[in-house]
Design a protein around this ligand. Structure first.
Ligand code: ADP
Ligand code: ASP
Ligand code: MG
Length: 442
């Protein structure tokens, strides 16, 4: 059944997340959706995540045997989760009368740099996928992984090393987008356990509203500030390569959320979403010397250790020549690496010391309309103050305000801001031309 697909047939990349392949029934249901797309005449590549909590379990297994898992071996271990999903789904699809072939990231031509556990895709060699599609097969690709290569020279040439790499948590989204870009797919569909991108995490705010469309600019800020529904790199990749992204439910057929270019989105609501993250840590460097180059030295040490630094705040010294403090946040799992990278700087720079705070989180408001409306920050801080939430750090971009708060306060902060800015399903709203029902502030 199926037969060779014409090269002119539309191409779809369908990515199924962990919950969507968590048990045998869900694998069967994902397989049926994949087959349905093929029977509509499409060329289908499906990217699968590891089942349920598999990746967390594999990480725990590593820490059961060693406090410091070797990054290369960690990737060897973690990559197995998505391979299991693909092999199982392929078996079901074959039973449904279609020919499916499962591929590891390496077999699918995903080439990455050598940064184990956080690798970046540098190329996608599609020959094998293309020839399987031309034979009429459904191709299943294990998400979240690739094969390592080192980049040589300015021209982007690289030399394959062939070690298994993984792309960071949530990385199957990026696998799907990168394959969609390389194949010139018509759409990259991200199937997940919620019906699309919402005005806040629907698991925290039950009346959060599904957005029919969101701009790349807003989605980048949302993903960067914790809306894990789309991994940040997948959104960057989609924007840079013009991939049409559709985030939707794996449990029902309705439309989800399209991520569109700025010129395609018609409205500029004041606030589009409240996002949050937990599991952050704050690092404070005390008594930094007041001289040029110090901040550069600190951030270079962190970058060399592959620590992603989020919010950075530095106090001006009281008077010239005096020392200043610098605070920044990092993902909690990077705290040990951050400390290790910074400790040698205590004597080198002559700074006071390193203080850390492990139970931090962040709440953010994202909205392209914020740019032209003053008063959002004032309202945000007042709402949080009235809710008894202490703001520990603040940062802003033209379309985002982020506040670092205690982790225990994050859920209250999200709910209160969502309510105060009337983002809920039940809020008074004006119809908007996309059929999206965001409140519009004019
Ligand atoms: P998958 O396993 O399918 O990749 P993830 O757990 O990575 O799924 O992402 C989906 C989850 O993202 C949802 O279950 C939801 O709890 C969370 N989430 C956070 N913020 C948002 C948001 N603004 N809209 C939708 N989902 C969100
Ligand atoms: N399985 C990986 C994770 O849990 C990748 C993904 O699901 O996208 O992070
Ligand atoms: Mg995910």
């Amino acid at each position: 059944m199926g037969g060779p697909a014409s090269a002119l047939a539309p191409t779809v990349v369908m990515k199924f997340g962990g919950t969507s392949v968590a048990d045998a029934d869900r694998i069967r249901s994902a397989a049926r959706r994949i087959v349905a797309a093929k029977e509509e005449g499409k060329r289908v590549v499906a990217v699968l995540s590891a089942r349920g909590q598999t990746t967390d379990e594999l990480i725990s297994m590593a820490y059961e045997v060693t406090p410091r898992p070797h990054p290369r071996e960690m990737d060897m271990l973690l990559s197995t989760g998505e391979r299991i999903s693909c092999a199982l789904a392929s078996m079901v699809i074959n039973d449904l009368g279609h020919e499916a072939v499962s591929l590891t990231g390496s077999q699918a031509g995903i080439v990455t740099d050598t940064t184990h556990t956080k690798a970046r895709i540098i190329d996608v060699r599609t020959d094998r996928i293309e020839s399987l599609l031309a034979e009429g097969r459904i191709v299943l690709v294990a998400g979240f992984q690739g094969t390592s290569a080192s980049i040589r020279g300015e021209g982007g040439e690289y030399e394959i090393h062939g070690n298994v790499t993984t792309l960071g948590r949530g990385g199957s989204d990026t696998t799907a987008v990168a394959i969609a870009a390389a194949l010139g797919a018509d759409v990259c569909e991200i199937y997940t356990d919620v019906a699309g991108v919402y005005s806040a995490d629907p698991h925290i705010v039950p009346n959060a509203r599904k957005l029919a469309a969101v701009s790349f600019e807003e989605m980048l800020e949302m993903s960067a500030s914790g809306a894990r529904v789309l991994q940040l790199r997948s959104v960057e990749y989609a924007r840079n390569h013009g991939v049409r992204l559709h985030c939707r439910s794996s449990f029902d057929d309705g439309p989800g959320t399209f991520v569109l270019g700025e010129d395609e989105t018609m409205e500029r609501p004041l606030i589009t979403a409240i996002t949050h993250s937990t599991g952050d840590a704050r690092v404070t460097l005390t008594q930094l010397p007041d001289r040029p180059g110090v901040a550069g030295r600190v951030l270079t040490a962190l970058a060399d250790a592959n620590v992603n630094v989020d919010m950075i705040i530095q106090n001006e010294p009281e008077s010239e020549g005096h020392s200043a403090d610098m605070s920044f946040t990092v993902p909690r799992e990077d705290l040990d690496s951050a400390r290790e990278a910074l400790e040698p700087l205590i004597p080198e720079l002559g700074m006071g010391g390193i203080a850390t705070d492990v139970n931090m989180g962040k709440v953010s408001l994202v909205g392209a309309g914020m740019r032209t409306h003053p008063g959002v920050a004032a309202k945000t801080f007042t709402v949080l103050g009235d809710a008894g939430v202490n703001i520990e750090m603040i940062s802003t971009s033209p379309i985002k305000i982020s506040c670092v708060v205690r982790e225990d306060d994050v859920e209250t902060a999200v709910r209160e801001l969502h309510r105060a800015f009337e983002l809920g399903e039940d809020a008074v709203r004006r119809e908007d031309p996309r059929g999206d029902h965001r409140p519009v502030v004019s």
